[in-house]
Design a protein around this ligand. Structure first.
Ligand code: HEM
Length: 439
């Protein structure tokens, strides 16, 4: 049967002018579940009119994209072009394929071994300063954000902690905030203006150490990008190194902070799991996790996966149709904004047993619920733009959890439920106060 025309796609109007925007911002899962009641292909309006596609087949259709129907650039440019020009996520082939091949060299095993080794002392120094005892709650989100920034300064930039790293961190925070600014013009003192200024600081800092990094390769990611080479020996220009660095820091930062925060919450609410992970951490002799230890932290990986299933830092992934195509019996004309919804798929009872329950064992090899469909579990996306930092994030999370669980017991009051916002990135509204008891 021929696909039906675009205007036949069910349209959920929402409120006058704003459409579903507020519902999407308040409760992206509830919003997606309400839309999906109208079918696998639904039109709605939030920032602009978008076609939402639901379920693993839809995710595969959009991300695997054998036919080249979708543009990642078209999906992302509105959000990231102003402060993250040259971002790999907003590139399409052939430039994307070429740049990604070179970038891959900065994530090879030998580099990863050095990154995780450099994280250990930064984590230890941060934990030394964390408040303990019920009288001084740890504001987990703020502390984890500061920690991941310090890890980035050290591991990405090769900087010692201190005033220069603080300046870079502030510039970076301003830059990231601007990518989500509702007012997109750089008008002082609004977020976009601060972001453009922050980006200038970052570019200046990176440019000033480019020559040194090019001359003598170090273990940090910045050096690795300066020396990264593709299969045919192609390498990055200075501008490309700077653009990729700034984007990599942004792609790594809020996402990993979000993952750690939701893990802290899940572990505080499920002390039996916290105890299991602690036993695994204590079974390793080293105070800092090394690359060779990563495989031992298998149960930490299940908890991480389960936290990312329930609270994926990116709840939806945008694209733009660059060709006429069709899905689920409907035409999708060239130029249509299209979105898929990992958070919706992660809660579909067709694919997950009791999807609202925290159950890390669903990821154990015997159950492996995430393998029921290649695109039913996608906190890191999929296809050509699959997160290049997936293993880096896994390493960073395990390295942090290893030290935290060996030193502290995490708890939240009986009955506490974290109020969280999921858009633009999952984070607690109350900063997630918790008590740390030293062991
Ligand atoms: C828990 C942590 C993380 C999550 C949940 C996450 C999630 C994602 C997702 C969903 C995408 C795909 C976006 C799309 O298809 O449009 C992506 C892409 C990307 N991520 Fe991550 N990410 C994480 C950590 C990191 C880290 C640590 C790095 C770098 C060290 C990183 C670097 C990137 C880059 C460069 C891309 C774009 C890849 C491309 O376009 O080829 N991410 N990430």
């Amino acid at each position: 049967m021929d696909p039906q025309p675009y205007h036949a796609i069910p349209f959920v109007k929402g409120l006058p002018l704003v459409g579903n925007l507020f519902k999407f911002l308040r409760d992206p899962l509830g919003n997606a579940q309400a839309l999906a009641q109208h079918g696998r292909v639904v039109r709605s309006r939030s920032f602009f009119e978008t076609v939402s596609l639901f379920g693993p087949e839809a995710n595969q259709f959009v991300l695997h994209d054998r036919e080249g129907n979708f543009s990642s650039r078209g999906g992302w440019k509105y959000w990231i072009d102003a402060v993250f020009p040259g971002a790999i996520m907003a590139m399409d082939d052939p430039a994307h394929r070429q740049q990604r091949r070179i970038m891959q060299a900065a994530f090879k095993r030998s580099a990863m071994e050095r990154y995780v080794a450099a994280m250990g002392p930064v984590i230890e120094a941060a934990l030394d300063t964390w408040p303990t005892g019920p009288a001084q709650p740890l504001m987990a989100f703020a502390q984890l954000k500061a920690l991941t920034l310090n890890i980035a300064a050290r591991v990405f930039m090769g900087m010692a902690l201190g005033p220069q790293a603080d300046r870079m961190n502030q510039a970076f925070v301003d830059t990231v905030r601007a990518s989500l600014a509702l007012i997109r013009k750089p008008v002082a003192p609004l977020a976009m203006w601060r972001g453009v200024r922050g980006r200038r600081v970052l570019v200046g800092l990176m440019r000033s150490s480019l020559a040194e990094k090019r001359a003598s390769p170090g273990p940090d990611l910045f050096s690795q990008l300066c020396h990264a080479a593709g299969e045919d020996g192609e390498s990055f220009s200075d501008d490309e190194v700077v653009d990729h660095m700034i984007f990599l820091m942004m792609a790594a930062h809020d996402t990993t902070t979000s993952a750690l925060t939701t893990m802290f919450y899940c572990l505080a609410r499920h002390p039996e799991w916290q105890e299991r992970l602690r036993q695994d951490a204590q079974a390793l002799p080293q105070p800092h996790l090394g690359y060779a230890d990563l495989a031992q932290a298998e149960r930490t990986e299940w908890v991480m996966k389960e936290s990312l299933r329930m609270y994926p830092p990116l709840t939806s992934i945008p694209r733009n149709a660059q060709r006429d195509c069709s899905f689920g019996g409907f035409q999708i004309p060239k130029g249509t904004p299209v979105g898929i919804s990992p958070i919706h798929t992660h809660h579909m009872p067709d694919w997950w047993t009791e999807p609202t329950r925290f159950d890390p064992e669903r990821f154990c090899p015997e159950r492996a619920e995430h393998r029921r469909h290649a695109y039913s579990y996608l906190p890191f996306g999929g296809g050509a733009h699959l997160c290049i930092g997936q293993h880096f994030a896994d390493m960073e999370v395990k390295a942090v959890m290893h030290q935290v669980l060996r030193r502290f017991r995490l708890s939240v009051p009986e009955g506490y439920r974290m109020p969280y916002q999921l858009v633009p990135i999952a984070k607690p509204r109350d900063g997630l106060p918790m008590t740390l008891a030293p062991l």
